[in-house]
Write a protein that binds this ligand. Sequence first.
Ligand SMILES: Cc1ncc(COP(=O)(O)O)c(C=O)c1O
Length: 385
Amino acid sequence: MSQLSALITSLQNPLLELEMDSQSHALEQIEALISEGSLHHSPQWAGHMSPAIDSPSVLGQLLAGAHNGNLLSPELYPQLVTIEKQLISWFCELFGQNEGHFTHGSSYANLEALWQARDNASNPSKIVYGSEATHYSIIKACQILGLEFQAIATDEQGKIDIGELSQACQHQAPIAIVATAGTTSSGAVDPLTACIKIAKEFNSWCHVDAAWGGALLLLPEQTALQGIEQADSVCFDPHKALGQPRPCSIILYQQPLPLLAGIDADYLKQPPQKTLAGSYGGELFLPLWCSLLKDKDVLRSQLTYRLEQARLFHQTLRKQTNWQTFYSPSGIVCFRSNSILDLTLLEKQGVLSRSKIKGEMVWRVVFASSKTQAEDVITALEPYF
Ligand SMILES: Cc1ncc(COP(=O)(O)O)c(C=O)c1O
């Protein structure tokens, strides 16, 4: 404890040791950074999936920085190993999966999952199917792995068209199907049970990208993610949907991961598993652990609040405008108008962003932060009603 307090006290030293001019310049820059980051704490922030972070997690960031252990040598850090195991087993239970680990973001998780899919294949296909709203990290992953991504059309709500997926599989069986639980563009959740059933029929891997929508599993009454426990792999980002600082992402699997073949890392006590991450430590999960210390209901009630604000926002738009709206269960609301609606100014202020549904531009409002309030977003939009 005393070492950590000494470290925290020493944080101000680099500033105190500077010449006066450099000190005030550094302070100005620090203030500008604080002001820039406070965007996420504004009640009108709904531009992207970066939440206002849950304050206890800052303690976790400090702890992780001070600890700096590397889990490539787990035998040296039994405390860190225990905490990671506790968290992973909680997530495994939540998602109905059997093992997994933390990683740096869902771009990495998606690549790792498709890597396992490719090397586990019992069919010779190189095709990966996912909806046209699939996150671009899946397409990047396919390019890296020598696979071919083919986009399947979505319905009016942005969910994958199951009829089209089924037809495509009959035409050419895939090596994997990627279902998205909470698309980046509109928050839509693909019908998971149907996607998984089709994947099984064709002996294909089914990966669920639940980077954004996975948090819904915290709500006992939710039904949107039914069937997720049948997926071969699932990823989820607490750094998007649970108020956590980046990087905090998890990848979970149904089957145990193999060891990495053909690697001789004789300086390590344990041979590495077939995962993408190299060095990592508490920075990936100690902030989340601190957030959960008090009780898990805090994150659940923040999520309930966000979803309620999204519902309220949607209801108000429907009552007060004739705009076409797109509501999702995961906290993203999109809209467009038949007349010209130039919201570039609000886009610059972080109130909303642009996106596409079925190839057509829509405005997107993301309820990622538990500080975002429907009423304040409506106030920003009212001049355009
Ligand atoms: C559905 C989905 N999957 C994957 C990603 C990639 O996540 P990251 O930016 O953490 O790598 C995103 C990012 O927005 C996403 O929305």
